[in-house]
Design a protein. Structure first.
Lengths: 271, 421, 299
């Protein structure tokens, strides 16, 4: 017995339209990887057979493997590190709220509003004194303490029932145990979201790696794409190929993690 | 014990080798943009130099133009003296800006090169207080690239168009549109490229040679803005937004002319099916005293960073290739369409060859001649700011909300704000 | 040595935050103070002149900055509410396990957020040309008779920007709402259902109030993001022969792009750029404060 309500039809229609609009550019890009640059510019929307050539051209001028690994290395370290450091801090700010820490928190939040361009020169100078120019750690370190993630996690911790923590304390658990064994497992969707954000942010980051990294071999994917897209006669077939390759890890990360949205706090509590 | 001593000896030898190898090979790091133009040209130069001096390594780092500028500014502003590239590419419009903002950062090359061998207008823009700081590279000398077949169809005779004004250009543009249905030219109504070509062709700029703003009282600029509006209203210009659309407009055969720097040749030739259909003419001139049928758009030069590690090797490299190797200039002309500004190179074969793409016209002899006619002006420090200010008021000029005089006044105010005067 | 339980908890509080604080002080606070110091100078590269508050006074009369602010505020008022509301609706729909192909829809809608900036701005620029895809589509549907000059007109350029931003960031915000929705127990909805509340009442009376912290979060982040808007205007307006104005008639100029231009495109004046940055911070702080106050975040 299947009732097809009009609201259901509209809902699906709505979803399909929104998905199509969202996917369209990406589909265009994939088609683009198989075409020649001139055809792409002319608006060709069918598959060509230039994929191999585009791929070869890309590999011929750039060490794609190395660049991919560079981006992966930076993004993975930043994701894990930032998640850990930021969520711990957010937990500290929320569960152990004190006047001093509230004031510090407000100041920290305020820094979110400062455009990065203003900080680049002093940050660069700092990195020189630590001898971290042209090093991946120079890119990673400033990203490890993400004010955005602290803010995000704190908001999520606000939604967490504090009674559970109180109960655990009564039961004799120490603070660290409470965090790692009780709170952390039930915040899976928050961590999944945070991981997606952290990975995406560092994977797509552009300005800071541009300034810090100097040599060809340290480059990241975003820098590569920028280089390819500049110049008097950009080869769009090659650009699209690079872009699709650059977008794949993000899709994989997202698709894997988005399953965690299924877990609800209630579900994990029932165990 | 024996195993241990073997390990010890091996370690010792390795250490010795690494110390011994500390007599490092000099490595010249170069920052430049454009993987289809500057980069391969530099790579060619590097290869040639290695034949003269094999004990040198090159690291040619390719980035977007805006990225080079950003990195350069950040690095120089932070005052660091390590990890500097030896050579950087700087666009001519920015030369004075870098040279005066970072005094001491660039190597004084006055005594290293014979600057009489380079086009005077290029040498001028890299001179500060009588000292010269760069090696002039490519020229942005402008030409009027036109479609022979469309002109023929419209009954236009190129021989009669060698010396025309822009008014005449618009007139024949209308004829062409009528007879062939094609646009005479294409352009972005909010792009300052043509504006610069017009100003430069009349020996004028947004600033006078003392650096004072010359916008609201500049007859040349007024004529230029008027031309922008006339072009838009005449319907002979196909309006495009952005580089790719612009290139597509002539690659697809929709327009009959391209008026811009010689570096566009690569893009024009990308439409291989149009070979033999193009030709070049001198650009039209503005109807103001002192205007010529020659101008320049863009172009860049190489600069050496004073505090880079292998500065002297870099200077030698530039000298040996860019100021000595005539054959090099022929090769980059043929392969990349790069018109160098080292005058002795112009005697080479490539510069005097006939180009079948352009109907066997000896295009580069023309460009060489025009290059010598380009007025030498001082771009000042604030070209981009001025551009932004003027292009910012163009919408009001186009829709008639402001007269040109009013618009220029407003632009001047805005410019003063941006510069902070 | 006996310490009170309160003190014990307080120490734990410090322990949790200390590592992040250390990194932040080093990599955030130091540059901030340095650039604050720098804002009292007008610089050209490394040539500095002290001006005290001069930069800030200059800022007030700077027509470029005022234009940039105006552009940004227009986007803030129009684009952000549309995007957040759309994201919320999508999240609520996709939170429902009964929807088939859930995972596919979520991934599809999120994809724009991870699509390379360069690639999609190139595509948008291509689609929104005078005889590009969008115009052809609209004309074929009979919605317009003449092609719209998307990127050749100050008004339409802004519209294009709003499209681009909404396209890119709706899925991103949807994710945050999805995470938040996970924390609302289904029992509440079931109880409301029994009480006779329909879907829209449930949405407004249950979902929105319970999601308040996340909504505030996305709202503030979007405000900050919009006021710091850089990537899209920069790339949509780029790719011209000379890169003169940011969008036709500087219609896409935002404060961040202005700051960037002052540092790297024009005569590099890091001092003035810093001053512009801090005024921007002030404005954002005020806006965020207003948002927090009106929704009553006080505990």
């Amino acid at each position: 017995m299947k009732r097809l309500k009009t609201s259901t039809i509209f809902t699906y229609l709505f979803l399909i339209i929104v998905s199509f609009i969202s996917l369209f550019p990406f589909i265009w890009m994939i088609i683009g990887t198989t075409n020649k640059s001139v055809d792409i510019l002319r608006g060709k929307f069918t598959f060509g057979n230039n994929l191999l050539e585009n791929f070869q051209n890309l590999l011929a001028s750039y060490n794609l493997g190395k660049i991919l690994i560079n981006s992966l290395k930076i993004s993975l370290i930043v994701t894990v590190g930032a998640l850990l450091i930021s969520s711990l801090a957010a937990y500290g700010f929320e569960i152990y709220a004190s006047n001093i820490r509230e004031k510090i928190y407000s100041i920290i939040l305020g820094t979110l509003m400062i455009p990065f361009a203003a900080l680049m020169v002093p940050l660069f100078k700092l990195m020189t004194s630590f001898n971290l120019i042209d090093s991946h750690w120079g890119v990673i370190l400033p990203m490890l303490s993400s004010v955005f993630l602290i803010f995000f996690f704190r908001q999520n911790f606000k939604m967490y029932p504090k009674e559970i923590i109180m109960a655990a304390r009564v039961d004799g658990a120490n603070e660290l145990q409470i965090f790692f064994s009780i709170v952390f497992p039930s915040m899976r969707s928050a961590y999944a979201t945070g991981a997606i954000w952290a990975f995406m942010n560092s994977w797509n980051s552009y300005l800071w790696p541009l300034v810090i990294l100097q040599s060809e071999e340290k480059k990241t994917m975003t820098l590569l794409i920028s280089t390819l897209a500049s110049g008097y006669t950009p080869d769009f077939g090659v650009i699209m190929t690079a872009v699709v390759i650059a977008t794949l890890p993000m899709i994989i990360v997202f698709f894997t993690l988005q399953n965690y949205f299924i877990q609800s706090i209630l579900g994990s509590m029932k165990q | 014990m024996k195993k241990f001593s073997i390990i010890l000896i091996t370690l010792f030898v390795l250490v010795l080798l690494s110390i011994g190898g500390a007599q490092e090979k000099p490595k010249i790091t170069i920052w430049a943009w454009d993987p289809n133009f500057n980069i391969p040209i530099m790579q060619e130069a590097a290869q040639r130099y290695k034949k003269i001096n094999p004990n040198v390594d090159f690291d040619i780092v390719s980035m977007a133009k805006a990225d080079v500028e950003q990195k350069l500014n950040t690095v120089l502003a932070s005052g660091v003296k390590t990890n500097l590239p030896e050579i950087v590419l700087i666009e001519d419009y920015n030369a004075q800006k870098y040279l005066t903002s970072y005094p001491g950062a660039f190597a004084d090359l006055t005594n290293h090169f014979n600057y009489k061998e380079f086009a005077p207008y290029k040498v001028q823009l890299m001179t500060v207080k009588g000292r010269v700081y760069g090696v002039p590279f490519d020229s942005g000398v402008t030409g009027w690239f036109y479609r022979r077949d469309y002109f023929k169809q419209a009954g236009l005779d190129p021989a009669k168009l060698q010396n025309i004004t822009w008014e005449k250009f618009i007139e024949i543009g209308r004829t062409l549109k009528q007879k062939t249905g094609k646009y005479m030219i294409s352009g972005d109504p909010f792009d300052g490229g043509l504006m610069r070509i017009l100003l430069h062709s009349a020996g004028s700029w947004y600033f006078d040679k003392d650096g004072n703003i010359t916008i609201s009282n500049n007859e040349v600029l007024k004529e230029a803005v008027k031309l922008y509006k006339t072009l838009r209203d005449s319907g002979i210009s196909k309006e495009v937004s952005g580089w790719n659309e612009w290139v597509a407009s002539f690659n697809s055969g929709e327009v009959a002319s391209v008026i811009t720097g010689v570096w566009i040749i690569g893009s024009i030739k990308a439409a291989k099916d149009q070979s033999g259909k193009w030709g070049v003419l001198p650009i039209p001139r503005l109807n103001v005293p002192g205007a010529v049928n020659a101008s320049n758009l863009g172009g860049s030069s190489w600069y050496v960073l004073q505090n880079s590690r292998y500065r002297d090797v870099a200077i030698d490299f530039l000298k040996q290739i860019y100021a000595k190797d005539v054959d090099f200039y022929q090769k980059i002309l043929i392969e990349r369409g790069a018109v160098g500004t080292w005058l002795p190179a112009q005697r080479g074969s490539a510069y005097t060859a006939a180009d079948p793409f352009f109907g066997n016209q000896k295009v580069f002899t023309y460009f060489s001649t025009w290059m010598k006619k380009v007025p030498a002006i001082n771009f000042g420090l604030y070209t981009y700011e001025a551009d932004a200010a003027i292009m910012g008021v163009m919408p009001d000029v186009y829709n008639g909300k402001l007269t040109i005089d009013e618009a220029l006044k407003k632009a001047e105010e805005q410019l003063k704000n941006t510069i902070g005067k | 040595m006996k310490i009170t339980y309160k003190r014990y908890l307080d120490l734990w509080g410090w322990l949790f935050v200390i590592f992040a604080l250390f990194l932040l002080t080093l990599f955030l606070l130091y540059p901030i103070f340095y650039s604050l110091y720098l804002s009292t100078f007008t610089t050209r590269g490394i040539v500095q002149t002290f001006v005290g508050f001069g930069n800030y006074l200059r800022l007030i009369k700077d027509s470029n900055f005022i234009l940039a602010l105006k552009n940004t505020l227009i986007i803030l008022i129009i684009q952000v509410p549309i995007m957040l509301f759309l994201a919320l609706i999508l999240a609520v729909i996709l939170n429902n396990q009964k929807i088939k192909f859930n995972g596919f829809f979520r991934t599809a809608i999120f994809l724009p957020a991870v699509t390379s900036l360069v690639a999609y701005t190139v595509l948008f620029k291509m689609m929104f040309t005078t005889d590009g895809l969008i115009n052809r589509f609209l004309i074929s549907l009979g919605l317009i008779s003449k092609p719209i000059p998307w990127l050749l007109d100050p008004f339409w350029a802004k519209v294009t920007l709003i499209f681009a931003l909404t396209w890119r960031w709706t899925g991103y915000n949807m994710i945050f709402y999805l995470a938040g929705l996970q924390n609302i127990p289904t029992e509440i909805y079931e109880a409301a259902e029994i009480d006779g509340a329909n879907k829209s009442v449930q949405f407004f009376k249950i979902t929105i109030p319970l999601l308040k912290p996340i909504i505030i979060f996305t709202s503030i982040m979007s405000t900050i993001g919009t006021l710091q808007l850089f990537d899209e205007p920069m790339n949509l307006a780029a790719g011209v022969v000379t890169g003169s104005s940011v969008g036709p008639g500087n219609s896409l100029l935002t404060p961040s792009v202005y700051i960037y231009n002052i540092c790297f495109k024009y005569a590099p004046n890091f001092g003035y750029a810093s001053a512009v940055s801090y005024i921007l911070v002030l404005i954002v702080a005020i806006l965020s404060f207003i948002q927090l106050r009106t929704v009553g975040e006080r505990e």
